[in-house]
Design a protein. Sequence first.
Length: 98
Amino acid sequence: RTLAEFYPFYLKEHCLGSTRLLHFLGTSGFLISLFLAWRLHNPRLVALGAVFAYGLAWTGHFFCEKNRPATFKHPIYSLLSDFRLYLEILTGREKIFP
């Protein structure tokens, strides 16, 4: 499969606004941790940001969507799709609450 073929599946697995909100907050936290890691010269903050992001995202999957995160079977496509959805929400192409 390609990323273009995977993305519609990814969107189906993220159809609830609560899940999208948790992903958006998690990705935002991760990006903030990247900035702080660079600014404070503390690479451990990147790992902390990743734990924060995945913790929120997986909470959305397990408790809201009641599905299993695609990260387990398609880690690269899933990560790239997380960032794509994040950018599409920022630009208004996708909504948090569809």
